[in-house]
Design a protein around this ligand. Structure first.
Ligand SMILES: Nc1ncnc2c1ncn2[C@@H]1O[C@H](COP(=O)(O)OP(=O)(O)O)[C@@H](O)[C@H]1O
Ligand SMILES: [Mg+2]
Length: 298
């Protein structure tokens, strides 16, 4: 089982779109996939459920809250959902897509977890530090998760404690980004924060972690008749200057295809045959999955 965090400081860069489609396409290729929505905005959850169909289901917020209240984690397995629409497509293909959902109140969990640690800064001697940072990693060692090939975690656009539990649990990290100069600077900062986290964690942990950034995925790339906009090509080149791995496949700005898919509770990569815009998006997303598989060897 491989755990992958999808992260960027910025919102609106395509994290959720990449997570949902990568997960769905892996499942359509016969893999058993678990998606975890760690963003209080819950967009990943609503990629698989129409709001009217998502009412009473348990969410990761309650799981974290139960830990804060009882100082002991509940089994995470009972929070796993199997969204109907997408599984109707991927199960006949031998795959499976499960989801641990999110909900708005997850924002407060960050404050509660930090309060329990006496602040969000690293404290070498805090006996609780490892327990809190390892919460998700530990929960995923439960044998109910043995059958999954991949766990993809859609992180919130921050570096708070909940996000850090995802990074500590991860083997790989994917960074969706828009191809503009500021975003490129943000990526460099993210890499610095990640390596600080890893160094601090490994200085107190018995089992070192080594989450590896496998690539930046450029999304919402704008094309002209001669290819990607020149300014955007420049920022893609800047990424290679800061020596970050970059996915060769980019996802172009394709509002109409995204909108068409958005209303079905099924990610765009699994949309029924449609307009050229839909087919272009599907092709790019599938190429991204292939590249992901090559990079992770899942
Ligand atoms: N390739 C794309 N072309 C056009 N719109 C996109 C594309 N990818 C995502 N979007 C839209 O942009 C918005 C932000 O994407 P999302 O994946 O939710 O980003 P994040 O999770 O980083 O906040 C959403 O409304 C989404 O539907
Ligand atoms: Mg999102």
């Amino acid at each position: 089982m491989s755990v992958v965090s999808v992260i960027n400081y910025k919102g609106g860069v395509g994290k959720t779109t990449v997570t949902a489609n990568l997960g769905a396409d892996l499942a359509a290729r016969g893999r058993k996939v678990l998606l975890i929505d760690l963003d209080p905005q819950a967009s990943l959850t609503y990629s698989f459920y129409r709001p009217a169909d998502f009412t009473e289901q348990p969410t990761i917020r309650s799981w974290f809250e139960a830990f804060v209240a009882a100082d002991a984690p509940e089994p995470l397995g009972k929070y796993v959902l199997a969204p109907l629409a997408v599984n109707g497509i991927v199960q006949p293909l031998g795959g499976q897509l499960h989801l641990i959902a999110s909900q708005l109140g997850l924002v407060d969990v960050d404050l509660d977890l930090a309060a329990g640690l006496g602040g969000s800064r690293f404290q070498r001697n805090s006996p609780r530090y490892l327990r809190v940072y390892r919460l998700l990693a530990e929960a995923l060692t439960d044998q109910v998760f043995n059958g999954y090939d991949a766990v993809l975690i859609d992180c919130a656009p921050n570096f708070n404690l909940v996000t850090r539990t995802a990074l500590v649990a991860s083997d790989h990290v994917i960074v969706p980004a828009r191809p503009d100069y500021l975003s490129t600077l943000g990526i460099d900062l993210l890499r610095t924060r990640l390596s600080t986290l890893v160094d601090e964690y490994n200085s107190v942990a018995e089992q070192p972690i080594n989450p590896e950034i496998i690539g930046v995925v450029y999304t919402m790339v704008q094309y002209t008749s001669t290819g990607p906009l020149l300014t955007q090509r420049t920022s893609v080149e800047t990424t290679s200057e800061i020596e970050m791995p970059v996915f060769r496949q980019t996802i172009r700005d394709n509002k109409s295809a995204i909108t068409e898919a958005g209303q079905r509770a099924i990610p765009a990569v699994l949309a029924p045959p449609g307009s050229p815009a839909v087919e272009t998006l599907r092709y790019e997303l599938q190429q991204l999955t292939s590249e992901f598989l090559a990079r992770t060897r899942i």
